[in-house]
Design a binder for this molecule. Structure first.
Ligand SMILES: [Zn+2]
Length: 59
């Protein structure tokens, strides 16, 4: 079995803190969430009529 690295620092994750290596990294991730500059890919489709925020030619 191969453990995925911590999404924050790249160290091996622990079972308790997965997908993080430590509570500290978990908090770092939480802070990013609260900071509003952390995007997560989801499988959800965008709502119809909702403008797509990513537009490289217009940014
Ligand atoms: Zn970490």
């Amino acid at each position: 079995m191969s453990e995925e690295p911590c999404v924050i620092c790249g160290r091996p994750v622990t079972a308790e803190m997965k997908p993080f290596c430590s509570k500290r990294c978990k908090n770092v991730d939480l802070q990013r969430w609260l900071g509003g500059h952390y995007r997560v890919q989801t499988d959800e489709e965008p709502d119809p009529g909702e403008p797509i925020p990513i537009d490289p030619e217009n940014s």
